[in-house]
Structure formats: structure tokens, C-alpha cells
Design a protein around this ligand. Structure first.
Ligand code: FAD
Ligand code: DLZ
Ligand code: SF4
Length: 509
């Protein structure tokens, strides 16, 4: 007999998680399960499934070493009910437990399902976030605009991170204007550390190859950390080799360097192998020791205690329908090039190719290349959301959806972004070296070889004039458009329509 079943999800791999804190090693049974319901709600990248299954299996070893009784269902277990609550109920019944306890799931889908369970499921708050859900709701209450910057300042005050008494270190909250430099190829850049799979991981890789090998994405080489020790090694590597330059080159993109000075730690943070606050405290230590400049330390800490916490707060606040928002009324199907079909646009092809090989692309590739293109082309935001949720190893709906639906597609009408993140080819050319090797010419606005981003940019502004022309942050764009002579405007719109028509047919662009 056991008293309770403690259900741990694949992104709850933290020994200090609230469900375990509440449990008793002598009388409770921990349950973890690989199930089709989770592995198939979108066609996840094989590397993402392998990361989660391998990290789950290693977490079982960690928990057993800590004295927990753990029941683990593998995907091919013949008794597998293939749903997380189905497995929790199955073990509860066979062991005579009368209660299921869990740390609340990150996403609405599983939260709502838990409420319908025949055996009651007690849900505890997830304390791995710095802002509790009611705290975020209180912050949001009565505000006209929910801007990240103000929330972030409260999180700085709350954690004391980069604070000198009541004032922010360096006298400013945000050093972003120092962080917009394009990068040169650095032959000594190290990239993230790559870990050799052990026997446990190799078993998972075999299973994933057999069951999910047809999903978009390369399983091999598989190099993610899947243990806490290796994730910590990846964290140390970032702090030692990349943090100092993180800020300065945060927005840069280079063909020959896929990772630049990005941390590539989000997969580990999001599944619970790394603690976000602990990581930020280490970053602060490096700054206080004089090892890294303030623009990098502040920029990094803002991403975690600012953006990461803020998008999670909004996701919960906005409720389960958030992923279906579509204020711009965009309905184009996602073009096949997102799944690797040929395109002559070098920036898109590079971003998608890297996504295919590594289940990773950094923020500016997601926002200003693939996201920007989908928005300009009027792709249905739900399809864009499903793509991001599927293809990145760090993708869980609570963090992915606000970034995609809100920040990148403006489908929430401006809750997250005060204006749409759109740009012509100019921005991509300024921040990357992609345009040099492209079939299209970034400086060409119309006619032979005109960059599709240039054409679609004006098409977007023109078709959404009613919504955006009065936005003070977009007035300059409309002034430029309005200064163009009528014939040029007509040519731009006509050529943009040709691009859109090709996209609608699934023809290559
Ligand atoms: P770095 O650039 O090194 O940043 C450091 C850390 O800050 C990240 O590890 C991450 O934990 C955090 N962070 C940075 N930006 C954000 C942000 N906007 N929101 C939340 N956390 C942030 N991030 C995810 O973790 N999962 C997703 O599914 C996801 N989907 C995205 C979809 C779109 C369309 C966009 C524009 C962004 C998305 N992001 C997502 C945010 C961001 O792109 C990734 O967190 C980042 O690229 C992860 O790589 P990194 O660890 O090298 O990050
Ligand atoms: C993403 C994922 C996948 C692919 N598979 C599993 C699984 O088999 N078992 C599991 O517990 N979790 C899995 N996950 C992570 C869950 O989808 C994740 O915990 C929820 O999305 C959080 O709300
Ligand atoms: Fe992308 Fe246009 Fe530059 Fe080609 S020219 S890489 S399509 S921005």
C-alpha cells in the first residue's frame, strides 16, 4: 500500500519541486511516464522528445538514489494507458493510493484535464518561478498596459539582483542600447558543450528513432545534457566563455556561428535541470567580481527574471484561449518552407536548417527571421504557434505561446508588444551576414531579385493601415510609405501579391 501517488511531469525534473517537498519517501510513490498524449500533441522534433525522455530516465536514477520509490512507464510498456493522468490513476489503483498529488502543470491543457480526473488530483503551485501566479495577477490588476519593463523592475527589487540598495547597479535598469552590435566570425568561439550519450540515452535514441523518426528534425548527433550534472557543466561553460559577450552580440546572426554567445540553456531550465534564480545569482557574482560587463549581466538577467517570468504570468492570466487569438485576421497556411522545403531566401533557409539540425535557433532568428516572415505573409498564428511548439527543444506552451502568438505574431492585439515586430530585409542585413549569400538582393526593393521581406513589409503596413497608422511608434514607417510615388507603391503591392500567391500555392519563394 502507498498513501499517495506523486505525479512528476517531463518538465518537472527538479528534486526540490513542490510535489516532492510535500511528499513522504516512506509512504508515497513517485510516478513518471512516457506517454503518447504528450509525445504526440504536436509532431515534436525528435531531439526534443529524446531530451525529455532521456532526462526523465536519468531523473528516476537521481530520485531512487535520494531514497524515493519510483514507478516509471516507458513508452513501449504494454500496460501504458498513454496519458499522464491515466498512468497516475493506474498506479494509484494498483497500489491502493487514494490521492494523486502533483505540481501544477505549466500549460492549460493539462491543468484543465486534471480538474476532470475521477480520482482527485491535488495541485500545488510551482515554486520554480520567481513570481507566484497571484503575485503576477496583482501586478497586472488595473494597469492599462502590461509592459515587461515595469514588471522586470519589480523582480529586480524582489530578488535584489543587480541592486545597490534601492537603486539599479550602474544607475539604469536596462542597458539594451549597448546590445545591438552585429558580430564578426570569431574563430575561437566555443559554442555550447556537447555531451556524449550514455547507455540510458542510447536506449532512448533507439526508441525515438523507431517511433518518431519521421518527424521534422535530425535526431543525430544528439548532444544535449540530460543529467543535472551535465546541465550544470553547460551552465558553467556559458558563464566562463560566453556571458561576457552575451549582451553586445545578443541580436547578431552569423552563417558560420549558430550559437554566438547565447546560453543554449533554455531546454535545461525549462525541464527543471537548472534553477533560473540560481543561474541569475551566478551571473551577478561574475559581474560583482569584475569578470563580465554590466550590459551583459543585466541583459541576461532581464531575459530570465524579466521576459521568462513575464510571459509565464501573462500566459496564465490570459487563459486557455490565448493560443487561438488572431486579431490581424491572418489565415494563410504555414508555408512548406518551414518544414524544410526549398527556399531561395538565405535567412529563412539558414534558420530552418539550424532548427532541423539542432532543435534550436536563437531569439532574433525566431523573432526577426521566421516569426517576422510569417507575420508579414499573414500566416495563421495558430499554425505558427504549433510550429514553434513542435520544433524547439525548449518549447512548452506557457513560454512558447506568448512569445509566438503575442510577441512575434501580434495576434493578441498588443498585450505583449506595443507594436508588431516587423522589418524589411534591411534589419536582417544589418544584424547578419545572410544577405551576402542570398539569391535575392536586399537593396533591391522591386523587380528582378527584390528581397521578399522588402515587398511583404510594405504590403503588411498597407493592409493593416487602419490598425497601425495611428500608433506613434509606427508613424515614421507610414510617412515613408506615403512619400513613395503611387506607381512605386502599386508595383510593390503587385509584386508582394505574387509572392503571397506563390506561398498560397506552396510554390517555392
Ligand atoms: P539566451 O538568448 O542565451 O537567453 C538566456 C535565457 O533567457 C534563455 O535560456 C531563456 O530562459 C530566457 N529567455 C530569453 N528570452 C526569452 C523570452 N523571450 N521568453 C522567455 N524566456 C526568455 N523560449 C523558450 O524557452 N521556449 C520557447 O518555446 C520559446 N519560443 C519562442 C518563440 C518565439 C517566436 C520567440 C520570438 C521566442 C521564443 N522563446 C522561447 C524565447 C527565446 O527565443 C529563447 O528563450 C532563447 O532563444 C533560448 O535560447 P538560449 O538559452 O540560448 O537563450
Ligand atoms: C513534451 C513532453 C513529451 C514529448 N513527452 C512527455 C512524456 O511522455 N511524459 C511527460 O511527463 N511529459 C512529456 N512532455 C512534457 C509535457 O508535455 C509537459 O510536462 C507539459 O507540457 C507541461 O504542461
Ligand atoms: Fe533574407 Fe532578403 Fe537578406 Fe535574402 S536578401 S537573406 S531574403 S533578408
Amino acid at each position: 500500500m502507498v498513501s499517495r501517488v506523486v505525479l512528476i511531469l517531463g518538465d518537472q525534473l527538479s528534486p526540490d519541486i513542490s510535489s516532492l517537498k510535500d511528499a513522504d519517501r516512506d509512504t508515497d510513490l513517485v510516478v513518471m511516464a512516457e506517454v503518447c498524449a504528450e509525445a504526440e500533441y504536436v509532431a515534436h522534433h525528435p531531439k526534443k522528445i529524446a531530451l525529455i525522455f532521456a532526462a526523465m530516465r536519468h531523473f528516476v536514477i537521481e530520485l531512487r538514489d535520494l531514497g524515493w520509490r519510483v514507478a516509471y512507464t516507458k513508452l513501449d510498456d504494454p500496460d501504458n494507458t498513454h496519458s499522464l493522468y491515466g498512468e497516475a490513476r493506474r498506479y494509484a489503483q494498483t497500489h491502493g493510493a487514494d490521492e494523486i498529488v502533483m505540481t501544477q502543470a505549466g500549460e492549460w491543457r493539462l491543468r484543465l484535464e486534471a480538474e476532470e480526473s475521477a480520482i482527485p488530483i491535488r495541485q500545488l503551485p510551482d515554486h520554480r518561478f520567481i513570481a507566484a501566479e497571484p503575485e503576477f495577477a496583482l501586478w497586472a490588476q488595473g494597469r492599462k498596459a502590461l509592459r515587461m519593463e515595469y514588471f522586470y523592475r519589480d523582480m529586480r527589487r524582489k530578488t535584489g539582483l543587480l541592486m545597490d540598495g534601492d537603486a539599479p547597479c550602474g544607475g539604469k535598469w536596462n542597458f539594451d542600447h549597448d546590445n545591438r552590435k552585429p558580430a564578426q566570425v570569431d574563430l575561437f568561439a566555443k559554442g555550447p558543450p556537447q555531451f556524449e550519450p550514455d547507455d540510458v540515452t542510447r536506449d532512448v535514441l533507439e526508441l525515438v528513432a523507431a517511433r518518431f523518426g519521421k518527424n521534422f528534425g535530425d535526431l543525430h548527433p544528439f548532444w544535449f545534457a540530460v543529467t543535472r550534472a551535465d546541465a550544470r557543466a553547460a551552465q558553467a561553460h556559458f558563464l566562463d566563455h560566453h556571458l561576457a559577450d552575451f549582451g553586445t552580440y545578443q541580436d547578431a546572426m552569423l552563417e558560420a556561428d549558430k550559437f554566438l554567445h547565447h546560453a543554449v540553456l533554455s531546454p535545461y531550465i525549462n525541464i527543471g535541470l537548472l534553477d533560473p534564480l540560481e543561474l541569475c545569482r551566478e551571473v551577478e557574482k561574475r559581474y560583482r567580481a569584475g569578470d563580465v560587463p554590466l550590459n551583459s549581466a543585466e541583459g541576461f538577467i532581464r531575459q530570465i527574471i524579466g521576459w521568462r517570468e513575464y510571459v509565464r504570468g501573462l500566459y496564465i492570466l490570459e487563459g486557455p484561449d490565448y493560443t487561438h487569438r488572431n486579431v490581424l485576421d491572418h489565415h494563410r497556411p504555414l508555408p512548406p518552407l518551414y518544414w524544410g522545403a526549398k527556399t531561395k531566401m538565405n535567412c529563412m533557409s539558414r534558420a530552418v536548417e539550424q532548427t532541423r539540425t539542432d532543435a534550436y535557433a536563437h531569439h532574433i532568428q525566431r523573432l526577426m527571421v521566421t516569426g517576422n516572415f510569417a507575420l508579414l505573409a499573414g500566416v495563421a498564428p495558430y499554425e505558427v504557434h504549433e510550429w514553434y511548439l513542435a520544433v524547439y527543444a525548449d518549447a512548452f506552451e506557457w513560454v512558447e505561446a506568448p512569445n509566438t502568438v503575442g510577441m512575434s505574431q501580434f495576434a493578441d492585439g498588443g498585450i505583449i508588444a506595443s507594436k508588431p515586430y516587423i522589418s524589411s530585409g534591411n534589419y536582417i542585413n544589418k544584424m547578419s551576414d545572410y544577405c551576402k549569400g542570398c539569391h535575392y538582393k536586399v537593396a533591391t526593393k522591386t523587380g528582378e531579385g527584390a528581397c521578399p521581406f522588402n515587398l511583404l513589409y510594405w504590403h503588411f503596413l498597407d493592409r493593416h493601415r487602419d490598425r497601425f497608422a495611428r500608433n506613434p511608434r509606427m508613424a515614421q514607417m507610414y510617412r515613408t510609405w506615403d512619400r513613395m510615388d503611387d506607381e512605386k507603391c502599386a508595383t510593390v503591392l503587385r509584386e508582394a501579391e505574387v509572392v503571397l500567391e506563390r506561398l498560397s500555392r506552396g510554390a517555392p519563394v
